[in-house]
Design a protein around this ligand. Structure first.
Ligand code: PLP
Length: 432
């Protein structure tokens, strides 16, 4: 494709201002890591520093249909032609209703009450608030703590950090400021033997029984822990959590912000084990706009209504943003009309067979795939700058973190692009 890069002087000026004034995720303002300029994006390709490269990251799990999809562009333009936003307090609109209808339809039956939040982290905050208000509503106000597992990631706001892995979430940095939650061991690996799963289950049951008097809910990323370490685990662990929740009157929350919309090979992991609350985000709008949703059951909604407030005490300014809702409905329609299951399966197979040889490289600890996610774990922290540069030289955009080089490409990636992605991951692993 032709380049649409601005002249070199413009690029240099943009990057210079960026470096002086704009924070990027998890970076220093005074000694920032290098960033690169994106000037265009089509399908699975990004134009980065003037070169078209395959996007291995789907812009952090979100761009499942690729960039500039005509159906999503059209949905956005149609809504922008009507109105881009109105407050949701006292008003409603067709884009919100249509999205709500789809979400209720495609998630398991008991999840039928929908809260539209403006980002993944906010949706996790709302879910935890629902849990606390529910416990108050059913007469158990002393139930205020969450049970979760080590190795999780749930967002960067304070309550989200409190259930994120204590090391990965740097709890030591915030001691005294984060609510103290109850952490169980990380679930065993997805290929763990039955005895290992049983031992984990016993420990979780014990922990829950000891803390039952103060526990309000359980929050986990089901089946695959994402930003906490790209760790897939057995569905049997989710059944254990469901049993523990039922036994002790806890609200079970699945954070499907990363796993939702087909990424693991299931439209939602919640189809395998039904939670009481689910958080959706990331791929919800096909990567176009920030939006998240919290769905819960009638029973939880009724409990919340029985709390002293009588209502759910949350209502962001941009709640139910019509542009985001319109593009989310279009993205869901596209996904359901596609052969997404076959695509996810084919991407998973290509990543599994393409990445398997990397196991033999020095410095590689593990190679694993789940759904359309491929992970190479090193035995050391990745040199992110060197690995990123090596991937780009191979025509691929990757963003490794900690000891992980990984990819979750758009579902529309073609075979040639997949080959290039596999080569790019190999280059990053060798350089990192
Ligand atoms: C990304 C993510 C979040 C946070 O979502 P934001 O939109 O970045 O606030 C929460 N939970 C999980 C599992 C995520 O992957």
């Amino acid at each position: 494709m032709p380049t649409t890069s601005p002249p070199a002087a413009t690029t240099a000026a943009l990057l210079a201002f960026d470096r002086e004034h704009l924070w990027h995720p998890y970076t220093s303002m005074t000694d920032p890591a290098p960033v690169r300029l994106v000037t265009d994006a089509r399908g699975c390709l990004l134009e980065v520093d003037g070169d078209w490269v395959v996007d291995g990251m789907s812009s952090w799990w979100s761009a499942i249909h690729g960039y500039r999809h005509p159906a999503l562009d059209a949905a956005l333009a149609r809504q922008a032609d009507r109105f881009s936003h109105v407050m949701f307090g006292g008003l409603t609109h067709e884009p919100a209703v249509e999205l709500g209808r789809r979400l209720v339809d495609i998630t398991p039956a008991p999840l039928e009450r929908v809260f539209l939040a403006d980002s993944g982290s906010v949706s996790v905050e709302v879910a935890m608030k629902m849990v606390l208000q529910y416990q108050r509503g059913v007469g158990r106000p002393e139930r205020t703590r969450m049970l979760t597992v080590l190795g999780g990631y749930h967002g960067d706001t304070f309550d989200c950090m409190s259930i994120t892995d204590p090391v990965g979430g740097m709890h030591a940095l915030w001691s005294g400021l984060l609510p103290a939650q109850v952490f169980a061991q990380q679930p065993p690996s997805y290929d763990a033997a039955a005895a290992e799963i049983a031992a984990w289950a016993d420990a979780v049951r014990d922990l829950a029984a000891r803390h039952a008097h103060e526990l309000a809910g359980i929050v986990v990323e089901p089946l695959l822990q994402g930003a906490g370490g790209m760790w897939p685990y057995p569905v049997a662990c989710l059944r254990v959590l469901r049993e523990v929740a039922d036994e002790h009157g806890l609200v079970l929350v699945f954070d499907e912000i990363a796993t939702g919309f087909g990424r693991t090979g299931h439209l939602f992991v919640s189809e395998l084990v039904t939670p009481d609350v689910v958080c959706l985000g990331k791929a919800l709008t096909g990567g176009y706009l920030t939006l998240a949703a919290v769905l819960t059951t009638d029973a939880v909604a009724r409990g919340i209504s029985g709390s002293e407030a009588g209502v759910l005490m949350h209502g962001p300014t941009f709640m139910g943003n019509p542009l985001a809702c319109a593009v989310a409905s279009a993205s869901i329609d596209l996904l359901l009309a596609s052969d997404w299951g076959a695509r996810v399966g084919a991407i998973g197979e290509a990543l599994a067979s393409g990445l398997a040889p990397l196991r033999a490289l020095p410095g590689v600890r593990d190679v694993r795939t789940v759904g359309a996610v491929g992970v190479v774990q090193l035995d050391h922290s990745v040199d992110v700058v060197a690995a990123t540069a090596a991937a780009l030289a191979a025509g691929v955009w990757l963003r490794p973190f900690r000891d992980l080089v990984y990819a979750m490409p758009p579902y529309v990636i073609d075979d040639a692009e997949l080959d290039r992605l596999v080569a790019g991951i190999g280059a990053a692993v060798r350089a990192g």
